[in-house]
Structures are given as C-alpha cells and as structure tokens.
Design a protein around this ligand. Sequence first.
Ligand code: SAH
Ligand code: F3S
Length: 483
Amino acid sequence: MNKNRNDKQQMKEELQGSSLDFIGNKTNKKKVFIETYGCQMNMNDSEIVASILSKKGYNTTTDIEQADLILLNTCSIRDKAERTIRNRLQHFNGLKKAHPKTKIGLMGCMAERLKEKILEEEQLVDLVVGPDAYRDLPHLINELEDGRKAVNVLLSKEETYADIEPVRLNSNGVSAFVSITRGCDNMCTFCVVPFTRGRERSRNPKSILAEIQNLSDRNFKEVTLLGQNVDSYLWYGGGLKKDFAAQDEETKKNAVDFAQLLDLVATNFPKIRIRFATSNPQDFSLEVIKSMAKHRNIAKHIHLPVQSGSDRILALMNRKHSIAAYKEKIDAIRQYIPDVSISQDMIAGFSTETEQDHQATLALMDYVKYDFGFMFAYSVRPGTLGAKKMEDDVPHHIKLRRLREIIDKQQEHSLYRMKQFEGKEVEVLIEGNSKKSDQHWMGRNSQNAVVIFEKKGNFQPGDFVQVKIDDCTSATLFGKPVV
Ligand code: SAH
Ligand code: F3S
C-alpha cells in the first residue's frame, strides 16, 4: 500500500513535465518540439497549437535536438511551477550553443503573466505568446525568421479556438480532451488563472458536438469536457459570460447552459463516456446532477474542489459558498448518484489560517470521505488579491505539516473508497498496457479509479470490459475480466 502513497498527488505533479509526442515526419518540413506543463487545459492547448503550426509547415517531433522551434507550454499556478520552467530554460543553454538557430518560445500562463519582461530575464527566449494569441503564431514565427523577437499576450473576448481541430498529441487513441470554456471570472483571491487566461467565454455547442463526432468517427471512446469552471458554461451566441445579463429575452431563452450541454452531448453520443472538469461548488447546480443521473454514459465522478473546510477561510478566498451549502450539495449528489466518486483540491496554510481552520478542513474531509484529491501548500501569486491585501503569515513548516496531515487523511479515505469496490464488478474502459506489465491492461472505471487486470479474453484498448475486483491499494484496483 505504501508504495502507492500519494499516487494521485504525484500524477498531477507528473503532468508537469510530460513531453508530447506526435510524429508525422515528412522531409523538408520544419519541426516543433512542444513540452507541456500544468493542467489538462494546457495539454489541450498544445494540441491546438500543433494544429495551428501544422498549417505553417511545422510537424511535431519528440527529438528536441531536431527541433527548429521549442515551445514550453507553461504553468503559473504555484511558484514551484514557474521555477521548474526557469530551471528547464537553464538546461537549454547548452542546446542553444549546439544549435544556435533553434528558436525557443514560451506559451501559456507564465508567458501571459510575465509578458515582455521574460525576454529581459531569460535571454534565451525568442518568443512569448499568451493563451488567447495562438492564432497569431504563424505571424510571430515570421518575425522570428526575420531575426526579431516576437511577443503577443493580448487577451480576447471571443477566442475559443472552436474551429481548430486539435492534433491529438501523446494520444492513447481512446480518450481526448475537448475544451468548452476559456478563462475564469471567479477571482478566487489565491488564484492567478483569471489574470493569465482572461475573462470567461464559452464555445458554440455545435462546434463541440462536431469535434466529438470527429473523435467518435476516429474510434475515441471517452471525452473530457474542459474548462477552468465548466459549470459556468453558457452559450448565448458568443461573447463574455459577464455580458449575458445585458442580452435580450429571446437570446437569454435560447442560451445553452452546462446541464443542457451535458444532456446534448450524452444524448448524441451514447457510446462515448463523458467526463468533465473542473467544477466550482458555487456554480455546480442540481440540474447538472440530474443530467448526470439521467445518462449512464456520463462518468460517475465529480471533481469538486473546496480548498478549505473553514467558512472564514472560504470567505477570504472569495469562494462564494459556505461549508453548510457545500455539504448540502454533496448530500444531493449522493442522493441522485449513490455510487458517485468525489474528488477535491485543498490548499493548506492560506493567509491567517489557524489550527482551528485546519481542523475544520480535516473534519470536512471526514464528512465527505473523498475518493481522491490534489493537495497543495499555499503559494502567494503576484498580482492576486491574496498577494496585495493579505499577509502570507503561516510559517512554511506549519503549512507543510498541515499539508502532510491533509494528505495522510486523504490516503485513508482513498483506501476506504477503493475497498468498497472489492468483490464487485466494474465497467472498465481499456486505455492500454499497464505501465508495469504488458500481461495486464490498464483502464479506468466510471468513477475514475485506475483498474489493472489480467489480459484474459480477446480485448483491446477502447473496449469496455466488465472486471471483477479482487484487490486494491489506495490508488489502484486489481481484478480479472469477466469472460
Ligand atoms: N478551476 C481550476 C482551478 C485551477 S487551479 C481547475 O480547472 O482546476 C487548480 C488547483 O490549484 C486549485 O483548485 C487550487 O487547489 C490550487 N491552487 C491554485 N492557486 C494556488 C495557490 N496560489 N497556491 C496553492 N495552490 C493553488
Ligand atoms: Fe482559479 Fe477560482 Fe477560477 S481557483 S480558475 S479563480 S474558480
């Protein structure tokens, strides 16, 4: 059991640093190497960028030495994420000496946050492009080819990249990300995302359905609908979410919200398993729960980050719900979908957090018994209200001790939840070989638990298989296919 300690936590860390590989080598084409850090949205953005660059004559490569252009798709969420990227840039010094013509670009949140300044701080960098400016890449690359440095960090009111078909990078051919909203209007006081990804806007449902149709035609079996705050999805013809209130009655009546979008996608694609992330509790509605309960092809998993179990801290974080309201939502979810799994994000040691607040977090965890979670020590982000108005006054060692206690508790609950599957049959979508043994398949059940099972019977990746669970750790289920 111990070896799997914090597997889920590690999984998130590992996402930071996975290089993407899509090889479509044609001679005389230029090559781009894209390395992606951070969230699933960044992974999907890298796929969008690969698509935009393919029209400019660039194929992706997994061999950095071959690259004409290296793009780091960066993350700013915590200080550590930015430091990782700075270290990675250091590493490119040698590479740039060996290949002086190779251009290096920063895209993503760190590009947006630091803008031109990064060109002074990191002499190696030739290109800086923010999350809403990827369409401008062909033009920015022309600038590079003319020997100039290039920057575009404009944020947009409309951009959703709706018409761009992502090049599926590092794909298992089974599961794909589909972005449905961009930006976030919530302004949680610890969070840099509203500054790096701009105001919230939603994508036309028609283009979402078309993208999923395309994936379905190519035999994909699972999609994850992505947004910083998916439950706030609202299509009313385009434009910012905040401008919805000023629309006429007819426009408002015809708008599509997230519950309706889920219903549309689930109805149109009964054979596709649908996931979504991330839900902010304040925007997660009963209607969404009902849509989930109605469709068996919507995965029974909700990622519902709460950050803290203390009302006082939630208010300081500008999270617009109470713990009582959160618990009511959890109860309603379990009432409609009894076998649902629920996961969390928690922040340990936010400004002014007392031992009592911390105990409230642990108590909330005992109430919900989350299936898994992603847990972090608070990291002040420049520009946020947390940085401007609040003191980062919890000593580092106390943050780490509280984080440890939160992780340990999660570990207990994860094991408790996984044990509930023992002796039961679960439906698993096979994603590929188990990392540790090619005699075993790896897949996930509806609740998003990783399942490893023996290769008995004639199955292949993309098949849904009934598996009888006979063992587990806190992070993995083990079993045999029912054949
Ligand atoms: N809605 C987003 C949340 C983005 S950040 C999503 O799609 O996941 C992911 C998680 O990182 C947050 O839920 C929070 O727990 C954590 N986080 C964000 N800012 C942080 C900070 N300044 N310090 C520590 N953790 C942070
Ligand atoms: Fe960040 Fe809060 Fe939005 S965590 S992404 S500001 S919902």
